[in-house]
Design a binder for this molecule. Structure first.
Ligand SMILES: *[C@@H]1O[C@H](CO)[C@@H](O)[C@H](O)[C@H]1NC(C)=O
Ligand SMILES: *[C@@H]1O[C@H](CO)[C@@H](O)[C@H](O)[C@H]1NC(C)=O
Ligand SMILES: *[C@@H]1O[C@H](CO)[C@@H](O)[C@H](O)[C@H]1NC(C)=O
Length: 186
């Protein structure tokens, strides 16, 4: 996990450079003290998902009447609250929870829509969130969604996140999912 200040622009600069910056970062709001700081945070985290069993963390909530409520059935709404850790082991330091909804959103069940928050409780990001939202082909080895906002340390966040299922144990319904997050933020 690493945070680095990618762009740290201290004014005054020549007006030509200023104009280029303005065009390039058109959505950047200049702070009152004439400083623009956009940080970039990249992290790899691990989600622990139980899609069934006594301690399920991800379950179908509602679906088409008369259809099997499954991950590939159009219109099945899942809700999940998965442990997020720093490393792949269950005993690795906890970073927070991945809480949100997940829904096959194409008629053929291939594409899934997610609206999902990374809710941090670790020391560095305690109380901060990253909001994931989008639509991706869930049958690919890597699915990618947009990061559309954030709070706390991640205010004004935009970026993307990838999810990869590293393992699945059908006897316990346990999936280990790796998520790579890349965001630019205040
Ligand atoms: C479910 O959680 C309870 C309480 O934490 C625990 O005692 C039990 O072993 C868990 N069961 C499984 C199958 O993980
Ligand atoms: C996170 O914040 C909560 C509420 O402010 C506090 O109770 C908790 O101890 C904090 N956790 C860490 C790891 O700093
Ligand atoms: C995610 O990050 C890990 C390194 O932390 C890398 O090995 C892996 O290839 C990345 N996955 C994707 C889809 O970029």
């Amino acid at each position: 996990m690493a945070t680095k200040a990618k762009f740290s622009l201290v004014f005054p600069v020549s007006s030509a450079i200023f104009l280029v910056m303005l065009l390039k970062f058109a959505s950047t709001i200049l702070a009152a003290d004439d400083k623009v700081v956009i940080k970039e945070t990249k992290m790899t985290v691990y989600l622990h998902d139980y899609a069934g069993g006594p301690n399920a963390t991800s379950l179908p909530m509602v679906g088409f009447p008369g259809k099997l409520w499954s991950l590939t059935q159009f219109g099945t709404l899942f809700v999940s609250d998965d442990l997020i850790t720093q490393g792949p082991e269950l005993t690795s330091p906890m970073l927070g929870r991945g809480q949100g909804i997940y829904m096959p959103m194409s008629l053929d069940g291939v594409n899934a829509y997610v609206s999902f928050s990374l809710v941090f409780t670790n020391k560095a990001y305690n109380g901060s969130t990253i909001q994931v939202q989008g639509n991706s082909n869930q049958l690919l080895a890597v699915s990618e969604y947009g990061v559309v906002s954030g709070t706390g340390k991640f205010r004004y966040a935009t970026g993307y996140i990838t999810f990869e299922t590293l393992s699945f144990d059908p006897s316990t319904f346990y999936s280990l999912i790796r998520a790579n997050v890349s965001v630019r933020h205040d």
